[in-house]
Design a protein around this ligand. Structure first.
Ligand SMILES: [Zn+2]
Length: 424
């Protein structure tokens, strides 16, 4: 299919080959030799930034490192100083990561611009590519530090947070050669951006199950996290009759089943996960007196998620009441759903169709830099299929043909991009 589209657009040179080879070069920059770990404000971060800025320069962009360590490249439009279409993704990783999560979107964007540059093509807007320095939040337990700085929503209090070695974010920035007091300068104004667009691997199995190389993202799902503490009565496993027990773990098990059932029947895109549980006292011959578990609920719209959370809370309250268990239920984290802008999503769909692929829409269950960027720009995302839906894992894989498909769609999208006012 990419052969057809290449002949349709009259461009013979494939984009995918260069992207895959750069993905591999970037993946070699790791804290450890036998797996991929690239953490914010480390020497690997520095080496990766230098490599990426070199690629940006080769693509005809002006590149610099901003005050939080993001790499920023700019390709001028038909005249200098025009507002930009911003493309981007992150180049930090989780520990023992896959090499595609983040870098694919960043490197594909640079290769698309290199292609424009090679043809001497300038558009009626500038294009900027931002490689976000910290999306995963591995080092300082706070995600999206890079994109929040660009969006102007960086929380100064984060500077005091410390990594495992006791080094504060402020100290780490200074050691890296950045000035923590200049982070405000990384912020961009709304008027400078026409839109923010991100290509990313799906990190889930939906596109693969539909046999599609690319998908149009409808929204980045919001999430609610809760913590549930159930207290009953510990007792001897041999002497307390079943009818007289107040078993906190058995009560939790019933709650967990109810959460699963509720999310299974709660409509499209609703997902609920109990990812941790701790039981006390925790012995074979003791009835559990206490249990503590976490709940993570996500849905493509806030109304849907809030309705599901309310229903789950109601069920947990009913179960614990019937079992005479004390309940402490707290919301520990909440973030809103970021819908992709209709006008921009329509252009993503148009580019997908023009490249000869069926247009398939899906929500993003995972968080992305677009969540922060939505504060200063309309956002949209293009997903590329990854093998088995596997991500945050060394076996994460994208087929070269899918890299080519994603890059082709992105390039077409850039070349046909119309700003909001012109698009309506
Ligand atoms: Zn990512």
């Amino acid at each position: 299919m990419s052969g057809t589209s290449a002949s349709m657009t009259g461009k013979a040179s494939p984009l995918g080959e260069e992207i895959v080879s750069r993905i591999n070069r970037l993946a070699a920059i790791s804290e450890t030799a036998d797996n991929l770990t690239r953490i914010f404000l480390t020497s690997e971060h520095r080496a990766a930034a230098d490599l990426i800025m070199g690629w940006m320069g080769d693509a005809g962009m002006r590149a610099h490192l901003d005050a939080i360590g993001n790499v920023c490249g700019r390709y001028e439009g038909q005249r200098p100083g025009l507002p930009c279409l911003m493309l981007g993704s992150h180049y930090d990783t989780v520990r023992d990561a896959g090499k595609w999560d983040g870098p694919l979107g960043l490197i594909a964007a640079i290769s698309c611009i290199a292609d424009l540059n090679k043809r001497g093509r300038r558009l009626p807007f500038a294009i900027e590519v931002t490689g976000f320095a910290d999306e995963e939040g591995v080092r300082f337990a706070s995600t999206l530090l890079g994109s929040r700085a660009v969006a102007g929503t960086f929380d100064e209090r984060a500077l005091a947070s410390k990594d495992e070695a006791g080094i504060s974010l402020r100290e780490a920035l200074v050691q890296f050669g950045l000035d923590p007091d200049q982070i405000g300068k990384a912020a961009r104004r709304r008027g400078e951006l026409l839109a923010y667009l991100e290509l990313h691997i799906e990190q889930g199995p939906v596109l693969e199950s539909r046999d599609l190389p690319v998908g149009v993202v409808t929204a980045i799902a919001g999430a609610t996290r809760l913590s549930a503490r159930l207290t009953g009565m510990a007792g001897h496993a041999g002497t307390v009759p079943m009818a007289l027990r107040r078993d906190a773990l058995a009560g939790s098990a019933e709650c967990i089943s109810a959460i699963e059932q509720s999310c299974r029947s709660g409509g499209d895109g609703l997902v609920g996960t109990v990812g941790t549980i701790h039981v006390a006292p925790g012995a074979t011959n003791v009835i559990p007196g206490q249990a503590h578990f976490t709940i993570d609920i996500r849905a493509p719209t806030d109304t849907h998620r809030n309705r599901a959370v309310a229903e789950i809370v109601r069920q947990i309250e009913a179960i614990t009441k019937r079992r005479s268990l004390e309940l402490q239920l707290d919301v520990t984290h909440e973030n809103r759903t970021v819908p992709c802008a209709h006008w921009l999503k329509a252009q993503v769909a148009e580019a997908v169709a023009a490249e000869g692929y069926p247009v398939f829409e899906l929500p993003s269950g995972a968080g992305h830099d677009g969540m922060a960027m939505a504060d200063i720009a309309d956002v949209a995302m293009l997903f590329v299929r990854c093998r088995g839906g596997l991500s945050h894992h060394p076996d994460e894989h994208v087929e070269p043909a899918d890299v080519e498909a994603g890059a082709r769609v992105l390039l077409r999208l850039i070349e046909n991009f119309r700003p909001r006012d012109a698009a309506q």
